[in-house]
Design a protein around this ligand. Structure first.
Ligand code: ADP
Ligand code: MG
Length: 282
């Protein structure tokens, strides 16, 4: 037994063991290839070390991004590259590219994406969330209904504080499809908790002017809006559902937005000039 152990130790590569202990799996897995590469390119010791570090960092970044994408719970894979800006002239591509740089997330600001069904709100929210992850931020995606249900459940189990703390962890919280909420006061607690510390991206097919009725409680609605709009970017998407474009083109459908999701078309989405009036006060 003791002899077998000695043989093992003698044959095991001490470098391999050290790389494992330092958790440098990128270097460890490709060591021979990397050293060959360095030798072929006549790299100095310093250059070789740089090459090894670069590979390790690339591996760690890749792993972090994979893990963060899993933890974000995006409902689909959507990227900015796949967004057809020409089909959606009410969106300024420059503004989206600015937001994709994720500075607003560093500053704990909010983005409100408003517009009728099918115009790409969820697509853009996932795509911006993905950019945030690439930039190194933690992101969590949820729908408003799921979010409020989980807050209500935690409240019932006297764990609300714990839940609010967990939801204040990700640097960006995406709340998709904000509509009628029966427990708006719980949502208010979350918004207060994250205020000026964590960014939120909220999508809704209701204009800001409608939120008073959407939340059933105008006082709570005002308090929520007050915090959300303080440092915010409000984007209103107009136009027809992207989903129905192809069908419309083939003549299957005549009226825009007909039969697409809840009965909230572009007509019921009042202009967001109201929201803009409420916009940044500082
Ligand atoms: P919303 O959330 O506003 O209801 P979605 O983001 O779910 O709309 O968009 C509906 C579908 O249409 C999705 O599959 C989305 O990827 C696609 N889509 C919407 N707008 C665009 C666009 N401008 N370019 C490419 N795909 C789009
Ligand atoms: Mg959506």
């Amino acid at each position: 037994m003791a002899r077998a152990k000695n043989i093992m130790e003698a044959t095991a590569d001490p470098l391999d063991a050290m790389l494992a202990r330092l958790q440098l799996s990128g270097i460890r897995d490709q060591l021979d290839t990397l050293l060959d590469e360095a030798a072929r390119s006549n790299l100095s010791a310093r250059e070789t070390l740089i090459l090894l570090c670069e590979r390790e960092i690339a591996r760690k970044d890749h792993r972090r991004i994979e893990m963060a994408l899993k933890l974000a719970h995006f409902p689909a894979v959507k990227e900015l590259a796949g967004f057809d800006f020409e089909a959606q002239p009410s969106i300024d591509p420059k503004q989206i590219r600015d937001l994709a740089a994720s500075r607003w997330i560093a500053n704990g600001e909010n983005v409100l994406l408003l517009g009728p069904p099918g115009v790409g709100k969820t697509h853009l929210s996932i795509a911006l969330g993905r950019e945030a992850i690439l930039a190194g931020y933690t992101v969590q995606f949820t729908t408003a209904t799921t979010l409020v249900a989980s807050l209500a459940k935690a409240h019932g189990e006297r764990r609300l504080d714990e839940k609010l703390l967990a939801l204040s962890k990700p640097k960006l919280l995406i709340v998709d499809e904000l509509g009628y909420l029966h427990a708006a006061h719980l949502f208010f607690q979350l918004v207060s908790r994250r205020y000026e510390t964590g960014a939120m991206l909220i999508t809704s097919n209701r204009s800001v002017a409608e939120w008073g009725t959407v939340f059933a409680d105008p006082v709570v609605a005002t308090a929520i809006l007050d915090r959300l709009l303080h440092h915010s970017h409000v984007l209103t998407i107009r136009g027809d559902s992207y989903r129905l474009r192809a069908k419309r083109k083939s003549g299957l459908i005549k009226t825009p937005t007909a039969g697409d999701g809840p009965p909230v078309g572009s007509a019921s989405l009042r202009p967001v000039t109201g929201a803009n009036n409420l916009q940044p006060r500082s």
